[in-house]
Ligand binder design. Structure first.
Ligand code: FE2
Length: 191
């Protein structure tokens, strides 16, 4: 299949199509599908009254597992420890920096929280505890200081917390189409 030329005009339907075709795939080691997981993150962000950019970041944070759809061959599809960079790379042409940074930092944010919040590690899912070691374990003091120099680190931490909470098989969500107008608005605002 030939790739469409992606632009600000068709990126949202393109992502919607990925959710539709591939959202039912399992989220490794979790009791929810990939689309349930990402939609739950968005719902949790909305419930907190977060900015639309952060709702979008929660919704798209794991898009890096589907980067082959964007025509880029990437380890992010198969190797958990690259999907955050891969996801940010495919989104950055269309979405504002706050979103792409939250996507890029969602794995470092977990390592950050493990280093700075003793209660955080214990509430992680078993699968998430397992991947932590593959992802480098808790941050060192130096890494914590470096992370806090990122202007979006606090937003990335919020997205991470919704990410962790969005693994509930009993939680209902609207479908992806509910978020299409919101995604179009954040792209518009990014100018
Ligand atoms: Fe996630």
């Amino acid at each position: 299949m030939t790739q469409p030329e992606l632009s600000r005009d068709n990126i949202v339907p393109f992502i919607a199509d990925i959710f539709r075709r591939r959202g039912a795939e399992s989220y490794l080691g979790e009791a929810v599908t990939m689309s349930q997981h990402m939609l739950q993150g968005a719902v949790l962000a909305e419930r907190e009254g977060a900015a639309e950019e952060l709702v979008a970041a929660a919704l798209l944070h794991d898009i890096g597992h589907y980067t082959s759809e964007f025509g880029t061959l990437s380890l992010g599809d198969v190797r958990d420890n690259y999907h955050e960079e891969a996801g940010a790379a495919v989104l950055e042409r269309f979405f504002p920096a706050v979103i792409t940074e939250c996507v890029r930092l969602h794995v470092p944010a977990k390592r950050y929280l493990c280093a700075t919040d003793p209660a955080y590690y214990n509430q992680l899912s078993e699968a998430s505890k397992h991947t932590l070691s593959l992802q480098g374990g808790p941050m060192s003091k130096e890494e914590v200081a470096e992370f806090e120099r990122n202007p979006y680190y606090q937003e990335a931490v919020r997205v991470r917390i919704w990410d962790d909470a969005g693994k509930d098989p009993a939680m209902a969500t609207p479908d992806f189409d509910h978020y299409v107008p919101l995604l179009e608005r954040v792209i518009q605002r990014a100018g």
